[in-house]
Design a protein around this ligand. Structure first.
Ligand code: ADP
Length: 275
């Protein structure tokens, strides 16, 4: 009898503990939802005044020569660049909030990886250093490698990886590579650089919103710490994942691995939208 009572007490304890955990999980889910809604609303509210600032600063700069003093022109340029940087940040925040709220559709279409690389190369050319201290190399992907997925989102992830590699590499090369993982039906893309590298203890932080690591190039790059968080969200949306390996002082390799063929998961709010 004593034992039965003790067992009943333990049982009640376990049930109460589960109820408490459930309640905490619900509380966290609601807090997370509120955070996403807040981010999304805030980003929207920022957009209108920001575009007015941008438009008016551009208007001022386009005035007839001599109407602004050199000093005034410098100041207006400062306003313009500040508003452009803020605009990028607001766009990243809005993208993250939209993905977290399940409001982003995946457009699954067939595309060839080689063609995506060629388009990326063209897009990134303006970012390349004129003195050529850092070379950007796209390895030839496996012959005719095709995927059915959201090319725009994959390309956005790779663009982020490559522009980071360019920011944190002073000399050497950045290599973009694609490899089909045959038995798993996945493709792994990697962007490796010969840059600063990242300490082991910071490898997780950098994928968090606003996660940055102090280094001598950080001030110059004017980043927001949102790019990699967005990459992780985008990769999850494509049923894939991101990861990084790095050796401080030698360089880093950022990877994104996604299925060759995107399939909407059971319970996804959005089925793939063919375009
Ligand atoms: P941002 O580049 O805007 O700061 P990200 O989220 O893209 O934000 O990156 C977060 C941080 O991760 C960077 O600030 C930098 O400290 C680190 N990082 C990202 N990519 C690299 C890289 N290729 N080499 C070294 N550090 C990097």
């Amino acid at each position: 009898i004593q034992l039965t009572r003790e067992l009943e007490d333990t049982n009640r304890g376990v049930v109460a503990l589960y109820a408490e955990l459930d309640e905490k999980a619900e509380h966290l889910r609601r807090a997370d939802e509120m955070k996403s809604r807040f981010l999304s609303n805030m980003s929207h509210e920022f957009r209108t005044p920001l575009s007015s600032i941008r438009a008016l600063a551009t208007l001022l700069l386009n005035r007839v020569d001599g109407e602004l003093s050199v000093e005034q022109e410098k100041q207006v340029n400062f306003i313009l660049h500040g508003s452009l940087a803020l605009n990028d940040m607001v766009n990243d925040l809005l993208d993250i909030a939209k993905i977290e709220a399940g409001k982003v559709d995946v457009h699954a279409d067939e595309f060839e990886v080689g063609e995506m690389f060629r388009a990326l190369r063209g897009m990134l050319r303006p970012l390349l250093d004129e003195n050529g201290a850092v070379a950007l190399i796209f390895d030839e992907p496996p012959e005719g490698l095709k995927m059915i997925s959201d090319e725009g989102k994959l390309s956005q992830i790779l663009r982020n990886f490559i522009s980071n590699a360019l920011k944190f590499t002073e000399r050497g090369e950045i290599v973009v590579h694609a490899e089909a993982l045959e038995d798993e039906g996945q493709v792994r893309f990697s962007v490796s650089d010969t840059g600063l590298g990242i300490d082991r203890e910071h490898l997780e932080i950098i994928f968090e919103e606003f996660g940055q690591v102090a280094n001598h190039l950080q001030a110059k790059t004017k980043g927001t710490g949102l790019g990699l968080s967005l990459c992780r969200n985008l990769a999850t949306l494509l049923n894939g994942s991101v990861n990084v390996e790095s050796t401080p002082g030698k360089g880093s390799v950022f990877c994104v691995t996604i299925p060759v063929v995107y399939t909407a998961r059971h319970g996804d709010q959005h089925a793939p939208v063919p375009t």
